[in-house]
Ligand binder design. Structure first.
Ligand code: MG
Length: 166
């Protein structure tokens, strides 16, 4: 039987006028984008931490420190690819992601299919294994005032054993 593990990731980023808004690797037309050392893709950051957490490999701050200029404005899809490689080196592979993106505006549901495709491609899974739900914060608190966006993600990973089916 294959070994399986689950992981949880959470991230939050501030919004700032003049930044590009990138979510799930999709460039979304918006007057403001997420502040971050990389492209600020809060959804992918939560997914990466869920994957790393599942296998006890630390977090993205350890692997991609903000102090390292190599990650300035880095594409989070590229960083996700690196996380998948780290898992592979430890004998693990992603099986399923379920993520929630909290954003007061703009309306994000039209972009969800492309986000799922982008993540699925890097994870080497079909798009149906990558669930992304978008919701608002109902006007409550900083997220509700549109000062930033947050994301939660869970990841299921498996370890292949000889002769076992994945
Ligand atoms: Mg982040």
């Amino acid at each position: 039987m294959n070994k399986q593990r689950i992981g949880l990731g959470y991230d939050v980023h501030r919004l700032r006028v003049g930044r590009r808004l990138i979510l799930g690797g999709v460039h979304i037309s918006s007057p403001q984008g997420l502040v971050g050392h990389s492209d600020g893709d809060v959804l992918i950051h939560a997914v990466m931490d869920a994957l790393l957490g599942a296998v006890g490999l630390g977090d993205i701050g350890t692997h991609f420190p903000p102090s390292d200029p190599a990650y300035k404005d880095a594409s989070s899809l590229t960083l996700l690819k690196r996380v998948v490689e780290l898992l592979e080196q430890a004998g693990w592979a992603p099986r399923q992601i379920s993520a929630v993106l909290v954003a007061e505006r703009p309306r994000l549901s039209p972009y969800v299919p492309q986000m799922r495709q982008n993540l699925a491609q890097v994870l080497g899974r079909p798009a149906e294994d990558v669930s992304i739900q978008v919701t608002t914060h109902e006007g409550l608190g900083a997220l509700g005032r549109g000062e930033g966006m947050a994301s939660w993600a869970t990841a299921l990973v498996y370890k292949s054993e000889p002769g076992a089916k994945s």
